[in-house]
Design a protein around this ligand. Structure first.
Ligand SMILES: NC(=O)c1ccc[n+]([C@@H]2O[C@H](COP(=O)([O-])OP(=O)(O)OC[C@H]3O[C@@H](n4cnc5c(N)ncnc54)[C@H](O)[C@@H]3O)[C@@H](O)[C@H]2O)c1
Length: 383
C-alpha cells in the first residue's frame, strides 16, 4: 500500500444535495476508493473527512454509513490540528459566517459557489483569506465537464477562426410541489433565502465564458418569476419571490456576443440539460455536458428556405462528433484533487475566492441590469 499523507477536511453541508452526492460521495470518498491522490514519489494524499451538521440525527447517519467522524460543532471541528481544510456547501446565506470562522482558525478554505450573496461580502472573504495566508478555492465544476473540455480544446486549436457568438440554453422543469414532489430545495425560489437563478447560474456563466471564450465585459439581463407560487419540503404553499428564469446577453473580450437562457420553468427539447452553440468564421460547434459536435466551414450545407415543403434535410446529421480522446473523470472530483494538491504541494491553482467573487459580481450586476433595464459594464476586480 502506498505511503499515505493524511489531510483532515472538515466538511460542512454534507446533509445537503451537493455536499452529499458531489462532494462527499463522488469526490472525497471516491478519492479514497481509488487509493488516494498519487503525488509522484510513491506516496498519496489521503483525505480524512470530518462531517459537520446541524442535525445530529442526519449527520450521524451519513457518518456511520461511511465510518467517518462527525460533530455538530463547527468550532470544535476547526480546533482539531489535523483538520487543515474547511469545506462548505451550506445554503449560500450561511457561508460567510462559517468561512470567516475557518479563516480565523487558520484553515485553508474550499467552498461552493456563490461564495456569498453580495459582492462586498465575497470580496471581503477573499481579502480575509489572502491576509491570513490560507489557501482558498471555489467550486467551478462546469469547466471540467467533458463537453466543455472538448469545446475548450477546439478553441485552443483554432477550429473556430474568429468566434462570433455563443448561445447557451440551460434549464429544465422544476416541479412546483403541489402534485409531484419538488426536485430542487425550496430556498432556491425565495429571494429572502438567497435563492434565484441569476445568483445561482451567473456565477457559473462567468467562469465558463471567461475560461473558454473570453472575459465578460458587459451584461444585460431580463429576469422573470414565471411560477409565482410553489410548495416546500413540508408541503406548505409559499410565494416564490426569486427569479426562476433569466435571459442574459454578455459581451465578451474580442467582440464575442454570448446569449444564455437559464430557466427552471422550461421543458427540455435538447440532447442535454445545458447546451452551447458556438459560431465562428471557420466552423461551429454544439457542446453539452458530455458531447460536442462540429460543422466545419468546408462542410456547411446551403439550406433552402421553403415552408411549402417538409424539411428535405436532416440538419443534425450534418454535424460531426468530437471524439473523447481521453478518459473524463467527475468534474467535482478533478477539482478536489487539484485543490488538495495545491494545499499539500503548493501546485498552481486558479480558482480562488477572488475568482468566486467575480461570479458573484456578474450575478449582482445581472440582477441590477434586470431591475433597472440597463446594460452594465463589468469592472475589473482586484484585492
Ligand atoms: N456547483 C454546482 O453546480 C452547484 C449546484 C447546486 C447548488 N450549489 C450550491 O451549493 C450550495 C448548497 O446547495 P444544495 O442544493 O446542496 O442545498 P441543500 O438545501 O440541499 O443543502 C443545504 C445544506 O445547508 C444546510 N443548511 C441549511 N440551512 C442552514 C442554516 N440555517 N444553518 C446551517 N446550515 C444550514 C442544510 O442542512 C444542508 O446541509 C448552495 O450554495 C448552492 O448555490 C452548487
Amino acid at each position: 500500500m502506498a505511503d499515505r499523507r493524511p489531510i483532515g477536511i472538515a466538511m460542512n453541508g454534507v446533509t445537503g444535495r451537493m455536499g452529499l452526492r458531489q462532494h462527499l460521495l463522488r469526490s472525497v470518498l471516491a478519492i479514497r476508493e481509488q487509493g488516494g491522490i498519487p503525488i509522484g514519489d510513491g506516496s498519496v494524499i489521503w483525505p480524512e473527512p470530518v462531517l459537520i451538521g446541524r442535525n445530529e440525527h442526519k449527520v450521524k447517519a451519513i457518518a456511520d454509513e461511511h465510518d467517518l467522524p462527525w460533530t455538530t460543532n463547527l468550532t470544535e471541528a476547526l480546533a482539531d490540528p489535523g483538520v487543515r481544510v474547511y469545506f462548505d456547501s451550506l445554503v449560500t446565506g450561511e457561508r460567510q459566517r462559517t468561512v470567516r470562522e475557518a479563516i480565523a482558525a487558520g484553515k485553508h478554505v474550499y467552498c461552493e459557489k456563490p461564495t456569498a450573496s453580495d459582492l462586498a461580502t465575497a470580496l471581503e472573504l477573499a481579502r480575509l483569506a489572502k491576509d491570513a495566508g490560507v489557501k482558498n478555492g471555489v467550486v467551478q465544476d462546469k469547466i471540467f465537464l467533458p463537453g466543455l473540455l472538448k469545446l475548450k480544446r477546439l478553441v485552443d486549436g483554432g477550429f473556430f477562426g474568429r468566434i462570433l457568438s455563443v448561445r447557451g440554453e440551460f434549464g429544465y422543469w422544476v416541479f412546483e410541489g403541489d402534485w409531484q414532489p419538488i426536485n430542487r430545495p425550496s430556498w432556491n425560489y425565495r429571494a429572502e433565502d438567497d435563492g434565484g437563478i441569476i445568483l445561482d447560474m451567473f456565477c457559473h456563466w462567468q467562469y465558463v465564458l471567461n475560461h473558454v471564450f473570453g472575459k465578460p465585459l458587459s451584461v444585460q439581463a431580463l429576469a422573470a418569476t414565471h411560477i409565482p407560487a410553489r410548495w416546500d419540503e413540508q408541503g406548505a404553499e409559499y410565494r416564490a419571490t426569486a427569479d426562476d428564469a433569466a435571459y442574459g446577453i454578455f459581451e465578451l473580450d474580442g467582440g464575442i456576443v454570448a446569449q444564455i437562457n437559464s430557466s427552471w420553468a422550461t421543458r427540455v427539447f435538447r440532447d442535454e440539460l445545458v447546451e452551447f452553440q458556438v459560431d465562428g468564421t471557420e466552423g461551429s460547434a454544439v457542446a453539452g455536458l458530455r458531447r460536442c459536435r462540429v460543422q466545419h466551414r468546408s462542410a456547411t450545407p446551403m439550406p433552402v428556405w421553403n415552408p411549402d415543403l417538409p424539411p428535405t434535410e436532416d440538419f443534425r446529421s450534418q454535424w460531426q462528433e468530437v471524439p473523447d480522446n481521453r478518459v473524463f473523470d467527475n468534474g467535482f472530483k478533478t477539482q478536489w484533487e487539484l485543490f488538495l494538491k495545491h494545499v499539500v504541494l503548493d501546485t498552481p491553482w486558479h480558482w480562488d475566492l477572488l475568482a468566486g467573487a467575480r461570479g458573484v459580481q456578474l450575478a449582482e450586476l445581472g440582477l441590477r441590469s434586470a431591475k433597472e433595464g440597463l446594460r452594465l459594464s463589468i469592472p475589473d476586480l482586484e484585492l
